[in-house]
Design a protein around this ligand. Structure first.
Ligand code: SF4
Length: 357
């Protein structure tokens, strides 16, 4: 039997995500991704479980590329269905997966809230501590000591830039549970150890591809839910539950006995069940299954969704706003607002020609 009579199977840990201008292949075994052209995307989608000879007839070069890149492998016909697929069912038993705690300075109250969040009933796994005021070096050190005691939670800290703290940052020894400290509104640039310095304010609607997270867990969640709001609680250490970071409407007081009610309220208000594939513009973006962004999701009367604000990546032209030849959506013919999304094809084609031809 020649190779032509064999069959092609895509590796099960690879997932293809089609974008407007190009696509990505997510390698969830390696937590990595690679850009592919849209014709390559179509080829791979069609080649899976098909005969080598048929794929070769369609596109010999793409077939050779796919085999050389280890995207697909050859097998006998009877083997096709022997390779188990990775399950993409979303299974979780946690009530709250993620919490953002706005820390206002009371460590005793914070300790109490942290104990509730990691109780068996809630089992929160990731907590972000947000510090919007100028915290003293002593209080910051005590905060890190407190967080270090909660070994089963992963913490991220977002802290406003304060040059008094730089010396502490350089000398502090953080426990493994504290995975990163992002310093916002920063005048310093170089990041070191677990510290990331960014110029943006905390309300930033800013996507950084360094934060893209091509993991199986996030991929599966992103298929069904909004990866920023799903199972997320925004709270302060006094237990006030807020709607969103920008809109600090107090929705409830955190109460472990009534946590199910709070979850029901949050899931509706914050559109937990709106994945990026249902949000205009994001739904044509090749990054939609690994991107987490905090932008408010707006709903239209007809049940469609759009972002409150455009992000710093334009998937229609595949450009970031810090790249040359970047155009905002409206400047390349895309109008997305409360009435719907309209694409002026001629204007978009002209823009793409200006950029790429
Ligand atoms: S358009 Fe922006 S926010 Fe939407 S998925 Fe792409 S990078 Fe993320």
């Amino acid at each position: 039997m020649t190779n032509n009579d064999k069959y092609l199977v895509k590796y099960s840990n690879l997932f293809l995500v089609k974008g407007f201008l190009h696509s990505v292949i997510l390698d969830l075994g390696r937590n990595d991704y690679e850009f592919i052209t849209n014709p390559t995307y179509s080829f791979l989608m069609n080649a899976n479980k098909k005969r080598v000879i048929d794929a070769r007839r369609k596109n010999k070069n793409l077939l050779n590329l796919a085999i050389a890149k280890d995207w697909i492998f050859l097998c006998e016909k009877y083997e096709i269905n022997l390779f188990p697929e990775i399950s993409i069912k979303y299974l979780t038993n946690v009530l709250i997966q993620n919490s953002n705690i706005i820390f206002e300075g009371n460590l005793r109250k914070l300790k109490h809230i942290l104990e509730l969040l990691c109780s068996a009933k809630v089992s929160c796994k990731y907590i972000t501590i947000i510090i919007e005021f100028s915290i003293s070096a002593i209080d910051f050190t005590q905060l890190c000591t407190l967080l270090g005691k909660f070994t089963i939670i992963k913490f991220e800290i977002f802290i406003k830039y304060n040059n008094q703290l730089l010396k502490v940052f350089k000398n502090i020894n953080l426990r493994p549970s504290i995975i990163s400290i992002t310093v916002f509104e920063s005048l310093e640039k170089p990041s070191f150890y677990k510290f990331i310095f960014v110029e943006q304010t905390l309300e930033f609607n800013f996507i950084d591809y360094n934060y893209f997270n091509p993991t199986l867990e996030l991929f599966i969640e992103s298929l069904y839910f909004n990866t920023y709001t799903n199972k997320k609680l925004l709270i302060n250490e006094s237990g006030n539950v807020f709607k969103s970071f920008k809109d600090r409407e107090n929705l409830d007081i955190f109460n472990i006995e009534k946590i199910e009610n709070i979850i029901l309220k949050l899931s509706k208000i914050n559109n937990w069940e709106v994945p990026k594939s249902k949000i205009d513009v994001c739904n044509v973006c090749e990054f939609r299954n690994m991107c987490i962004d905090s932008c408010d999701i707006m709903s239209r009367k007809d049940g469609t969704f759009y972002r409150a604000k455009e992000c710093n990546y334009n998937p229609f032209i595949s450009k970031w706003d810090n790249e040359t030849n970047f155009y905002y959506l409206k400047d390349c013919g895309i109008i997305c607002n409360t009435s719907g999304i309209k694409i002026n094809k001629k204007k978009l084609e002209n823009t793409l020609e200006k950029i790429y031809v």
